[in-house]
Structures are given as C-alpha cells and as structure tokens.
Design a protein around this ligand. Structure first.
Ligand code: NAD
Length: 475
C-alpha cells in the first residue's frame, strides 16, 4: 500500500467503485476504501446495492415471481405440476451466490484497472489527506491530489423502535429472512416497501403496508400510480394510505404497531415489521474538523452540478449528495468526476435519470409526469398503449399495465415516458436514449420496432399521442 495517490475514493458502492475504476482507466493511481462488513464479519466492496439492496432484492423478486407464476399461470400454459413449494433456504443460498459473484467481480475489475482496494474506514482530513483505519485497527494517514466522497446512505430508523435484526427489520434484514413470516408489517409504501412487501406476499405472508401519505406513489405519474395500486391490491397487498405509524413496541412473538389515520388511532399486530421510511446520507464521522466541506441540514454533502464540494480537489457523489438515491445516478456521477479529474469531459444529465420499481408489474419512468407537465403550463399531448393489445405480452401472459408517452404540443419534444408492465425497467432505456438525444415523438414513431416485441408498446404509445396508433383504437 502506497501512502500517496492521485485519487482516493472513500466508499466502494455503486458510485464509488465506478469512480475508482474510471480513474484507473484514466491512468491515475487510485485507492478505494470501503468498510462494508457482512454479518459473517467478512468485508466486501459493492456497498448496499450489491450486498443488501438492488442485487439481492432482484434475486428474491425473481424467485418469488417464479413461484407465483408456477402456482397461478402454469395451468393456463397447459403445464401441470402437482404442487409448487418454496424452499426458503435454497432461495437464500442462490441469492447469496449471486451477491458473492457480484462483489468478487469488483475485485477483478479493480485488478484490471490497477485500483488498490482497501478495506476499513476512511475519513477526510484537511488538505486532501485521508485517515485510513484498516480492518485490523491500524491507522495510516494517506494523501491524495483528489478525494471522492462516496459514502452512500443508511436506512432511517423509526424513533420508537430501533432495528433489532429479529422483529424490527431494515431492508437488509428483510432480504435475509430464513422463513416466510405469517404476518408482515411494512412501514412506508415507497420503493423498498413495495419491492420487499411484494416478495414476501408472493411467498405467502399476509402483508400490511402502512403509508403516512394519502396519495400512493406521489412521485410517479398519477395514471400509472392508480394502475399500480389496483394491481398490488389484487395481489393481496393490504396497503393502508394516510396511516402514519406513531409508535411500536416489541413483545414476545411479534411487534405491535400504533398508527393514526383519518378515522382515529389503531393498533396492528404483526410477527415482523420492515421499516422502509427512507434513507439518510451516511456522512456521520466522514469529515474531520476543518476540511471546509459543508453538509446541509439533512447531512448531505453540499456539491454543485459537477459534484464539486467547493474545496479544491474534493468531490462527492451518489447517495451522500442531493438528488435521487439511485445506484445508476451515483454511477454516472462517479464516472463524471473521475473524467473531470483527468481533464476529460464529464456531465450528468439529471433530466433523464430513469426510475424503476421492480415489482410485478414492473414500473419505470423517465422525465416529467403528466401532473408536472400540466403544472408547468406547457401544452401537451399523451399517448397510451395497454399491454393487453400487445401480441407479445399476450403470449407471455403478461397483459397488465400500459406504456404512456407525453410530448409537447408545439414542437413534439418527448417530455416523459411512463411504463407499468412486463420488463418496464428494460423498455424505459429506449425512452431515456430518445430523450438524451432530444428525439421528438415523431422520431420514435418513425423508428422500426421488431414484431412481436414488448417495445412495440412504446412505439404505439408515441403513435397514439398523435391519434395514429395502429394496434389500438385511438381516442
Ligand atoms: P421512500 O422515500 O421511497 O419511501 C418511504 C415512505 O415511507 C414514504 O412514502 C413516506 O411517506 C413513508 N413514511 C415515512 N414515515 C412514515 C411513518 N411514520 N408511517 C408510515 N409511513 C411513513 O424510501 P424507501 O422505500 O425506504 O427507499 C429509500 C431510498 O432507496 C429511496 O430513495 C429509493 O429511491 C431508494 N431505492 C431505490 C430502489 C430502486 O430504484 N428500485 C430500490 C430500493 C431503494
């Protein structure tokens, strides 16, 4: 280990490790410090995303969706099975293997980009120095020409009941359950609450989701949120809106949740509860006195649009800075910063960051919602194409949902695309690319889409915006 680098990245999650790799690709000497510790005491790069978030949750969503399809859909296909049971231990073993392969992959990537991976804790000192406390407790002072802070975020706890890893779970705990709980409470109908609630519902738990807000998925397009709520309710997720959890207590055999809604105070008893009320920046203890780097009132590192902190040579990226807490947003910021450090061009187009909720049906969008466009005062048109009218979706037995495109009436600019349905997270990539290149709705209309594919839904939605859809009656 050298004690001086061109770049030191503190944090090896989905924002930090790409920053380190790109810095290495740019010919700079780079170290990436990460203190993620698994339950067995081992250290791993990849942060929440690879170890306890995006990747393991997708593994479980896939397993639980397959069980659901085996039970509910196979007969329709003419596939007879005597019964389909879930082996939770095997499901978790598969998930652990996927996580291991992903995190070990980072070590191989570091090797090829000549990145020095250091396990332990990093803290920024004044003058672009970094205090590195290794896993064995040894403290070293490192120096760098540039420091990238990529410390990520941590789950927000409910004040009245701290996480205990047994009955009161954060998202990591909810991914590691060894058996299907009979009654599962979920606090917060945000992205985590819906994804994890869906997993355990499909595996057989009775799931009650308590959401403080009256509106469902307020950040999503209203038409899409309404469609999503309909499907989740049909799947048996008991979603209670306007239900603010005010307290909770752990008692033998379960958790009692107190919540308040318009009709008064209520209590709900569950076996386990997942607290999914948001995440906060993981910046406690990240900065020593006198670094000059500022935190805002919520603990986010203050940065400009190029992720510069205002202190020469110090940058911050990912969940610990403003903007959506999304791995892909953090990745682009990390890469941008590493390129800027090397004197190359770097920019993140925050207007085209896609959002995806990996439920079934899957939800994805990019750009503005219809409500936002309406509030902006700009004249607009919309086109909607239901998957029910898609030959491919019918063949897949996946006809729930629709694709919706919003374009400006004057110059036909695509303002937003919203998809709920099969592979929505994959389909949205086309809309992101179209918007990145300032495509008009007509550009999308004149682009050939293979038949029969799900992507035709986007094509038809663009056509529908001008009342020229072919495969669905225009309204
Ligand atoms: P969130 O902010 O998406 O949702 C939290 C919800 O909890 C809100 O709707 C809020 O109103 C509700 N809430 C807060 N306090 C409450 C209370 N006392 N009682 C009832 N409801 C309450 O947060 P999250 O789902 O925890 O996710 C955290 C972050 O991680 C988000 O930024 C999310 O985008 C990100 N994430 C993204 C993905 C993805 O992209 N698929 C997956 C997981 C997490």
């Amino acid at each position: 280990m050298s004690d001086s680098y061109d770049v030191i990245v503190i944090g090896g999650g989905p924002a930090g490790y790409p920053a380190a790799i790109r810095a290495g690709q740019n010919g700079l000497t780079v170290a990436c410090i990460d203190d993620w510790k698994n339950r067995d005491g081992s250290y791993a790069f990849g942060g929440t995303c690879l170890n306890a978030g995006c990747i393991p949750s997708k593994a479980l969503l896939e397993s639980s969706e397959l069980l659901h399809r085996a039970r509910e859909e196979f007969a329709t296909h003419g596939i007879r099975i005597s019964s389909a049971e879930i082996d939770v231990a095997q499901m978790q073993k598969r998930k652990a293997g996927i996580v291991r392969a992903s995190t070990q992959g980072i070590l191989a990537l570091f090797k090829s980009a000549k990145v020095t991976g250091l396990t332990g804790r990093g803290r920024l000192l004044p003058g672009r120095k970094v205090e590195y406390t290794a896993a064995d407790g040894k403290v070293t002072q490192l120096s760098a020409k540039h420091v990238v802070l990529a410390a990520g975020s941590v789950p927000t706890a409910l004040r009245s009941v701290p996480f205990d890893g047994t009955a009161v779970l954060d998202s990591w705990g909810a991914l590691d359950l060894e058996a299907v709980p009979k009654r599962l409470g979920v606090i917060g109908a945000g992205v985590i609450g819906l994804e994890l609630g869906s997993v355990w519902r499909r595996l057989g738990a009775e799931v009650v989701v308590l959401e403080a807000l009256e509106g469902f998925l307020p950040m999503a397009d209203g038409q899409l949120a309404k469609e999503a709520l309909k499907h989740f309710k049909k799947q048996g997720l008991d979603i209670r809106l306007g239900a603010k959890v005010t307290g909770a207590s752990v008692a033998a055999g379960g958790v009692k949740l107190d919540y308040q809604d318009a009709s008064g105070a209520h209590a709900l008893e569950v076996d386990k509860v997942v607290v999914a009320i948001g995440r906060r920046p993981n910046t406690a203890g990240l900065l020593a006195e006198g670094t000059g780097v500022a935190l805002d009132e919520r603990g986010f590192v203050t940065v400009d649009e190029h992720c510069r902190t205002g202190v020469e040579g110090v940058y911050a990226v990912g969940d610990c800075v403003r903007g959506p807490m999304l791995a892909h947003k953090g990745k682009e910021e990390g890469v941008m910063v590493a390129d800027l450090i090397a004197g190359r061009y770097g920019e993140v187009n925050y207007k085209t960051v896609p959002s995806v909720i990996y439920t079934a049906p899957e939800i994805a969008w990019v750009g503005q919602t219809e409500e936002q466009v309406k509030a902006s005062g700009r004249a607009y048109k919309t086109g909607v194409f239901p998957f029910l009218a898609s030959g491919r979706a019918r063949a897949m037995e996946a006809t729930a949902g629709f694709a919706k495109l919003i374009a400006a009436s004057d110059d036909d600019e695509i303002l937003g695309v919203h998809v709920i349905g099969p592979m929505a997270g994959e389909l949205i990539a086309e809309a992101v690319l179209a918007m990145e290149y300032s495509a008009s709705s007509e550009d999308l209309q004149r682009t050939i889409h293979a038949h029969p594919t799900l992507s035709e839904a986007l094509h038809e939605a663009a056509l529908a915006a001008d009342k020229r859809a072919i495969d669905f009656p225009n309204r």
